[in-house]
Design a protein around this ligand. Structure first.
Ligand code: ADP
Ligand code: MG
Length: 243
């Protein structure tokens, strides 16, 4: 579904991704972790070309993202993305937030878009809030709306960039629950998160990135958590701090 081949990226002379390669098969859930500044956000954003790269190849479902001829708006319409900050439109209701991209990007009728959006809203347990504005919801609820909005576009893959790290602790669980159920339903997911409970529950693989933009580990969760002696010293050190 996703393949990165020797991807490197620089900001000026600063190298932010260094020869990163990985593959994500359909239905896999890959958790990306590592210290702040190691390039996790940049890596995940290369997949829908929010961050262009200077070297290497990126393939999403057979589409060459690195190719300048690729229709990026079309690609992005199939790749769901949820960020740390919910980025809902504050002046639109929840239902309007859920329908606008379906109508404008996918050219669905308003009726069809509402049906799809409300179905996804029900799935994240927020039907009762459909006519509210984002500011009337808690952070956890807003993030669940953001997930429902991404799902309304029928994505082939969902990218998450620290979706719970800006939330009050009591709201983290409700967002992770939605992500776990998505994973269990077979959604292909790449998640930057330090929620290792989530990783233990649903990850197929764990990628560890280190400063300098290198993928230091890319292994099954069983190996990542169960076999500390096989891990790189940097990974062991990092896990020791966050677990
Ligand atoms: P992470 O998500 O792991 O914290 P990022 O991908 O956000 O890491 O950033 C990796 C590195 O690239 C950091 O050192 C950051 O300061 C730098 N960086 C990110 N965005 C830019 C930018 N637009 N211009 C210059 N440097 C950047
Ligand atoms: Mg980041």
């Amino acid at each position: 579904m996703i393949e990165l081949k020797s991807v490197s990226k620089w900001y000026g002379s600063f190298q932010v991704l260094d020869d990163c390669s990985t593959r994500i098969e359909k239905g896999e859930v890959v958790v990306v972790c590592g210290p702040s500044g190691s390039g996790k956000s940049t890596l995940i954003k290369t997949i829908n070309a929010l961050e262009p790269v200077q070297k290497g190849e990126i393939w999403v479902n057979g589409t060459p993202v690195h190719d300048p001829k690729t229709d990026l708006p079309k690609l992005r319409s199939h790749v769901g993305m949820v960020f740390q900050h919910f980025e809902l439109f504050p002046h639109l209701t929840v239902t309007q937030n859920l329908t606008i991209a379906q109508v404008k990007v996918l050219r669905r009728s308003l009726d069809e878009a509402r049906k799809r959006g409300l179905k996804m809203l029900e799935r994240v347990g927020l039907m009762a809030h459909k006519d509210k504005f984002p500011g009337q919801l808690s952070g956890g609820q807003q993030q669940r709306v953001a997930i429902a909005r991404a799902l309304s576009m029928d994505p082939i893959v969902m990218l998450f960039d620290e979706p719970t790290s800006a939330l009050d602790p009591e709201m983290v669980g409700e967002v992770l629950d939605v992500m776990v159920s998505l994973a269990n339903e077979g959604m292909t997911m790449m998640c930057v998160t330090h929620e290792m409970g989530f990783a233990r529950k649903v990850a197929s693989r764990v990628i560890f990135m280190d400063v300098g933009g290198k993928i230091l580990e890319d292994c099954t969760k069983e190996d990542f958590f169960g076999n500390p002696d096989a891990r790189q010293p940097r990974t062991k050190d990092f896990l020791g701090k966050i677990l």
